[in-house]
Design a protein around this ligand. Sequence first.
Ligand code: MSP
Length: 533
Amino acid sequence: MALMSSGRSFYITTPIFYVNDVPHIGHAYNEVACDVLARWHRQGGDDTWLLTGTDEHGQKILRTATAHDTSPKEWVDRLVESAWKPLLKTLNIANDDFIRTTDERHEEGVRIFLQRLYDAGYIYAGEFEALYCVGCEEFKPESEIVDGTGEFEGQKVCAIHSKPLELLSEKNYFFSMSQFAEPLLEYYAAHPDFIQPDSARNEVVSFVQSGLKDLSISRSSFDWGIKVPWDESHVVYVWFDALLNYVTAVGYDADPDEFARRWPAALHMVGKDILRFHAVIWPAMLMAAGLPIPEKVFGHGWLLVGGEKMSKSKATGIAPSQITDVFGTDAFRYYFMRAITLGSDGSFSWEDIHARYHAELANGLGNLGSRVIAMVQKYFDGQVPVDALDSVTEPEQALADLEQRVTREADAAIERIAPHEAIAVIWELVDALNGYVTEQEPWALAKAGDTGRLARVLSTLTHGVATLAVLLAPVMPGSMQTLWAAIGGKGPVQDQDVRTAFAVASAGPVHTIPPLFPRVDDDAVPATPVPQA
Ligand code: MSP
């Protein structure tokens, strides 16, 4: 079935990543989650737009560049090209745009936005002294300031980074965010789905209920940033600058038609550590500017390795390519979407991905595909004879019903932003098809010369495998295209409407392919790193 645009706009964003370092699997996790959701919506005919990019200003990046004896611009240009854009290739991300906060389109949009807030009276100059975490790029709220231990005994440290906070005292410009506490609470109450999951929403609501302070939105002690239009001795606070990427990338303020088409975004997917910026500061900024607020902000959990939050600077740091080199891109995408509940923390271990790779991908799905193809080759020379089919019996009807239910429930799970549930329900079909092969024993039908029944069984199986290829294409685009073509599907699998996957057209001639998920030897799999004491 050819795709027709439903007209429904689905604009989804990843956070823009700090380019002070190279990507790790925590960043990759977010990219993959967004790409799977975007591919699903695109394959369902929605007017989909996936945005990702890089956050390039601020003190953290300036310091890293200086430590590497280079200018910040040279540093970010180098990292974007050598590390961040290649990450998208490694993961097979089909993003529609890539925004850098050093793009002129972005800088211009930020200046316009800021000037409008200033003209409307939401920005004022003031003196300020507070504890700043360069890791977070944030003046910390009381709740995230803790007493240091060990080498930082006697100092105040950041609850997230466990590093000492810096006391900054500057003249800054402020955004009068405090006046938005009430409007935000009203907004949350009227839009209970705005912040997800529920646990995250409750946290944000109680944070705002305890009152909001005005937000310092400029810095004057360094100059790596966008200059404040009316006072060039200040640069825009990096978070204020960064959040605006979501609108500057879709035409604010240069392309009103594109902006009207995409905005408000359907979903900002962010890690839970940066949810507050997206669920409090960002909607307050939009309210002040009179712009619509995104439909949803979803805070996913952290990837843990050896029980601690994965971060590149620690011993447990893992680069995405370490995993894709062993298991391939699609297995990477599958594993993180299947094994971890989006919205909760989840542990990565090499042992776990290895076990799931063999049980679910190689033996479950891959084996099903190759057996069905091999039998159609062997018994019918590659093409099930459609004019010689026996009629449908109860097991075939049950599979047809299952295909419908799985398609419907997987789509509903994606709507709930629960890709792990979508994959779990699709796997009911994988298991049912494998069970059907065992029960129907096509080899026995062949031996008994029961051609009509054999044709019915193999046609049921090819249809089931084609349905699987369509449903799993958003998760494993490369291997599902291979499977789709091998089972006789025409054209790109991503042109098949995922929401009617159960009604996929009957497949044409099959052809043999090498194993989709070849065995991985034990000695190719590293041991999971353990945190250093
Ligand atoms: N630049 C800001 C975001 C600005 S968006 C307007 C930023 N960048 S970041 O590179 O530090 O982090 C980007 C994302 O990576 C965050 O959503 C963060 O939660 C995520 N992760 C970093 N480590 C992670 C894990 N170990 N696990 C899962 N995600 C984590 O913050």
